[in-house]
Design a binder for this molecule. Structure first.
Ligand code: HXC
Length: 254
């Protein structure tokens, strides 16, 4: 990555990363910090957040990382989290919506509340964060919103109707907001990872060794291996970078 991106190209920028304490979004937070960004991570568990802040600062060498406990299902908590970032650093350039909930469950055994819980964390959580960040900052100042979904809804898989539906909602929201907020200089984009090893999803969907698939699982994948954080974080860097400013592309390449 060092050879691809300019050193400290995110200096003076501020990112909020929901779900940033673990998995894919930990990797994104780490990459942003390494390139000079200030990063606020958020999730529900304060102990996990605290620990992750310490390791993120150690691994990146950047002390500008903070946390704010928040349940993205609750708009009031999201507003307080966004206000915390603004009070601390005075701006928000990047919002990464990565907080998600998931488990394997057959459709016929899924309770209404189980479906609702995942919809509320994934789809409503993403909506809440977009609404608070756009309302409090980006509407007047522009910025980048990166919504994390997944490849699941494009093919459909068993035991995942709740998560696939929730992620499809996120993809639709991404497209609608991209069109509606583009004129305000807000780039709304998405990343849809497949199976990413060591992530919470990987464990919960039993794609790790506990499934008994072991190496056989990887043989089912085109590249014969699962993805990892280093496959995803560079996309989050690129999408937040000057290179991804679409008017820049149009001016230079059309
Ligand atoms: C069936 C389940 C269940 C399970 C929970 N429920 N786990 N049903 N099988 N394994 C049901 C409960 O019975 C309850 O319904 C409802 O879901 C809410 O459960 P609670 O435990 O009360 O909710 P809560 O404490 O809010 O926890 C939310 C959660 C939890 C989603 C259930 O797992 C969570 O907080 N997860 C966050 C982290 C996470 O999951 N990360 C993975 C993201 S992976 P009833 O009817 O009993 O009240 C991801 C990748 C996607 O998104 C794709 C990868 C390729």
């Amino acid at each position: 990555m060092n050879k691809t991106f300019q050193q400290n190209f995110l200096a003076n920028q501020v990112a909020i990363v929901t779900g940033g304490a673990t998995g894919i979004c930990y990797g994104i937070s780490l990459a942003y910090l390494k390139y000079g960004c200030k990063v606020l991570i958020t999730s529900r568990k304060e102990e996990v957040l605290k620990q992750s802040c310490t390791t993120l600062a150690q691994e990146s060498g950047n002390q500008n990382v903070a946390y704010f406990p928040c349940d993205v299902r609750k708009f009031e908590q999201v507003e307080a989290m966004v206000q915390f970032a603004l009070d601390k650093w005075g701006r928000i350039d990047i919002l990464v919506n990565g907080a998600a909930g998931n488990f394997l469950v057959p459709f016929e055994m899924m309770s209404v509340n189980a479906f609702r819980s995942v919809m509320e964390i994934d789809t409503f959580g993403t909506f809440h964060c977009c609404k608070a960040v756009v309302g409090k900052w980006m509407s007047k100042n522009g910025g980048v919103i990166i919504n994390i979904s997944t490849t699941l809804p494009h093919c459909g898989v068993a035991l995942q109707s709740h998560a696939g539906t929730a992620k499809a909602g996120i993809d639709a929201l991404t497209r609608h907001l991209a069109v509606e907020l583009g004129p305000k200089k807000i780039r709304v984009v998405g990343i849809a990872p497949g199976a990413i090893e060591k992530s919470e999803g990987f464990k919960r969907l039993r794609m790790d060794d506990s499934s008994g698939f072991g190496e056989d699982f990887e043989k089912l994948l085109p590249l014969q291996r699962a993805g990892n954080n280093d496959d995803i974080a560079p996309w989050a860097l690129f999408l937040a970078s000057e290179m991804c400013k679409l008017h820049h592309w149009i001016n230079n390449y059309s």
